[in-house]
Each structure stands twice: as structure tokens, then as C-alpha cells.
Write a protein that binds this ligand. Structure first.
Ligand code: CTP
Length: 402
């Protein structure tokens, strides 16, 4: 659980200001202390009362209008001193220009100028596409980047002004996730990790295919947790696996395609670790028919062949450590230990699929971390929590140099 970190959210005058209500709720749900500062223009879009109610803290609106500042007599300084991270969302062209120029003419810009060097500063521009692409805004953002500000690029899509283009405030979940990453301590910083997730899909003909029940939730949780801890993560996912809002994701269909994607990434960029969470099909049709198979009178026998074992293929050309996953219904730990040795894994996470309310598609699981040294049982918990424990093991693995 979060040790009650403090975030200062600066809201400026853009239509996306209303979305910050959801952002505040995400922070509160994760036990953050949230302080909101609003510019005059922001208050034209949404009232401070909304944020006072959601954050449980007084909202800062202007430096000179109140006779009694709430956060200390030199409010901008005491605020800047007390927070762990600063987020400006939505950030207008105006506040970006002021921050770049060092202007301080209201409580928000004054506080930005007073922020400590080491406080992560996250800027979420949201505006009309022409304003965003204006060389003045581009230069101001470059200046802020050079000074260590983190800029979350806006999304492309339909803008409030009716035109299509880049300028939409990114999803609240993305802003929250980036803030979590910037304040995590980044124990996996500099590490390149490949995570596979979901089920592979093996085509029989243009209509039918063979797959399995994996949803990709476990792989997603592992990838996002490693990313939160600062790793450079690529998620290679089966076609229908749950998407990530934050981690770059490459989609593949069959086991062979997943193998190719993993090996290509290893060759092109290298990796410090591969986590094979994907439920890779062990068999694929001998032949994929190019035309739809028409039904006949009798039954139909499909001839299947083995798929490549991706872990073995990795081991043929690379020394990279691999963490495997296994779904077992009996002799869970025993079978897992056999796979650990046979596949040369650093660790294997064995899921007990007989447990109620766990396994495929569920948000929960009951599993065992099995390594050569020990077996650790993780009683039923959320896949997010399992990913948290696994990321801890990954940090230890790197610290031990394996
Ligand atoms: N795996 C792989 N390539 C395959 C199949 C599986 O790399 N063609 C990986 C999975 O991603 C997982 C681990 O191997 O990390 C699971 O090992 P495996 O022996 O395939 O487990 P099961 O499929 O559960 O094996 P079995 O059916 O023999 O129990």
C-alpha cells in the first residue's frame, strides 16, 4: 500500500478540467493525499467545491484573495516543500509558456517556480491542435523537457472545438500511472523486460481457430508493475488479450508469430529478462486451410503438430533469464519444479487452476513462486498483488546478478 504520498494537481482553464474529478478519485482510491490548485480560468469550467469535496482538502485558488492561507503563510513555498509530485492537468498553452519563461503571476505559476529541483513535475498539455503544434508551444515544451519536466503527450482524436487532431487530455488512468511511476523509486530503472500475455490463436481455416481461456490479465499486471518500477517494457500479447494503456504492446496471433516477435525484439533491442506469462498453444493445425472447411456428413478429424517452444528457442540464442508460468491442476509444485529445471528458468509461477474464483479470466489467483532455492505460496490474492510480489522477486533476481 502507498505510504500516503502527496500530489499537487494544478488545473488550468481548459474544457478537460472536468476530467480531473476522475483523476482525483483515482489518487484518493490509492490513498494519496491530494491538493488541488486552480487558476481563475479553470474555475470557469468547474468549481473548487467539486475538488474540495473529492480531495478532502481546501482548494488553492489565488495567492492574494484569501486573508488566511491554509497551507502556511508563504503558501507557494510551503506547498512546494510538502508535496512528492506535481501534476499540471489540463495544462494550457498559457501555463506552459509561463512555466517555460519562469513567470509567476498567480498561485499556480508561483508554486511551479518554487518547486524543488528533485520533485517530479508532470505536464499534461490539452488544447486545440494548432495551439499545440504552434512553434511557440513546441519550443516551450522542449524547454520544460530539458529542465526535467515530464510531458505526457496529448491523445489524438476529436477535440472540443470540433476539429480532429492531437490535443486531447490523455486518459486519467494514464496520468495516474505516470505519476505512480515517477514516484516509485524506479527499482527497475534501466532494465529491459519483455512480457508475453494472453492466449495464442491457431487458425484452422479463415473462420475457425484453436485457442485457450487466457485473458492476458496476469501478463498485463506483470508488465505494468515492471513499467511502474521504471523498466523499459514491451508487452507481446495474443490477439484478444486485455490492452495496456501505458505499456507498449505488440499484437501477435499464433505461437510461431509470438516466437518471432520475442526473438526479433531480443535481437534488435536485447533484454535483461523475459517473463513468459502467455498461454502459448502447444499444438497447431498441421495445415491452415485457405478456404473455409465445409461440413460433411460424418465427423472431422483435425491433424495437429507441435508449436515451437518459445522458451527453448530463446535459450538457443540468448543467456537472458526467463520467468515462466504454469497452469496446473494437480501436483502443482512438483510439476512446476520439473518445468523450472527442464526449461532452465530462473523462476516459475505455478497457478493452481482447481481453486475457486481464480485462474483464467479471473482477477484473482492462488499461486506458488518456485525457484531452485525455495517455494513461496501466495494464497488467493489479486493478480495486481501477485504482480507486485513478482516484481519484488525480479528486483532481487537482478540484485543477485541472475
Ligand atoms: N511456453 C512456451 N512455448 C510454448 C508453450 C509454452 O514458451 N510453445 C511457455 C509458457 O509461456 C509458460 C511455460 O512455457 O511460461 C509453460 O510451460 P509448459 O511446459 O508449456 O506448460 P504447460 O503448457 O502447462 O505444459 P503441460 O501442458 O505439459 O503441462
Amino acid at each position: 500500500m502507498n505510504e500516503k504520498k502527496s500530489v499537487l494537481i494544478g488545473i488550468t482553464g481548459g474544457i478537460a478540467a472536468y476530467k480531473i474529478a476522475t483523476l482525483v478519485r483515482l489518487f484518493k482510491k490509492a490513498h494519496w493525499n491530494v491538493i488541488v490548485a486552480m487558476t481563475k480560468n479553470a474555475m470557469e469550467f468547474i468549481t473548487p467545491l467539486t475538488f474540495e469535496t473529492l480531495s478532502g482538502n481546501p482548494v488553492i485558488t489565488d495567492s492574494f484573495e484569501r486573508s488566511l492561507p491554509v497551507y502556511g503563510s508563504m503558501e507557494h513555498i510551503s506547498l512546494a516543500d510538502s508535496i512528492d509530485v506535481f501534476v499540471c492537468a489540463p495544462a494550457t498553452g498559457n501555463i506552459i509558456a509561463k512555466a517555460a519563461a519562469g513567470l509567476a503571476d498567480d498561485i499556480l505559476s508561483t508554486t511551479i517556480l518554487a518547486l524543488k529541483k528533485e520533485t517530479p513535475k508532470i505536464i499534461c498539455p490539452a488544447m486545440n491542435v494548432r495551439m499545440y503544434e504552434n512553434p511557440a508551444t513546441r519550443d516551450n515544451l522542449e524547454t520544460l523537457k530539458k529542465r526535467g519536466f515530464i510531458i505526457i503527450e496529448p491523445d489524438a482524436g476529436e477535440l472540443a472545438c470540433g476539429v480532429e487532431g492531437k490535443g486531447r487530455l490523455p486518459r486519467e488512468e494514464v496520468i495516474f500511472a505516470v505519476t505512480e511511476r515517477e514516484t516509485s523509486g524506479k527499482a527497475l530503472s534501466g532494465k529491459k523486460i519483455i512480457v508475453t500475455s494472453g492466449a495464442t490463436v491457431e487458425s484452422i481455416d479463415p473462420v475457425r481457430y484453436i485457442t485457450n481461456h487466457s485473458s492476458g490479465k496476469m501478463g498485463l499486471a506483470v508488465a505494468e508493475e515492471c513499467w511502474r518500477l521504471g523498466a523499459d517494457v514491451l508487452l507481446i500479447s495474443g490477439r484478444d488479450a486485455v490492452p495496456s494503456l501505458t505499456v507498449p504492446q505488440e499484437r501477435v496471433t499464433g505461437a510461431s508469430e509470438m516466437k518471432e516477435a520475442v526473438l526479433r525484439r531480443l535481437k534488435e533491442k536485447g533484454a535483461d529478462l523475459v517473463v513468459m506469462t502467455a498461454a502459448v498453444a502447444d499444438y497447431t493445425p498441421e495445415k491452415t486451410e485457405s478456404r473455409k472447411i465445409k461440413k460433411g456428413e460424418g465427423g472431422l478429424t483435425l491433424s495437429l503438430k507441435r508449436t515451437p517452444d518459445i522458451i527453448s528457442e530463446i535459450k538457443k540464442t540468448s543467456q537472458v533469464p526467463v520467468i515462466g508460468f504454469a497452469a496446473e491442476s494437480d501436483n502443482v509444485v512438483e510439476y512446476a519444479r520439473e518445468k523450472l529445471k527442464k526449461k532452465g528458468l530462473s523462476l516459475i509461477v505455478a497457478n493452481d487452476i482447481t481453486q475457486k474464483e481464480g485462474g483464467f479470466r479471473s482477477d484473482f489467483n492462488h499461486c506458488y513462486f518456485v525457484s531452485m532455492e525455495e517455494t513461496r505460496e501466495l494464497k488467493r490474492m489479486s493478480k495486481r498483488d501477485i504482480a507486485g510480489h513478482l516484481a519484488g522477486e525480479i528486483v532481487l533476481l537482478f540484485n543477485r546478478g541472475r
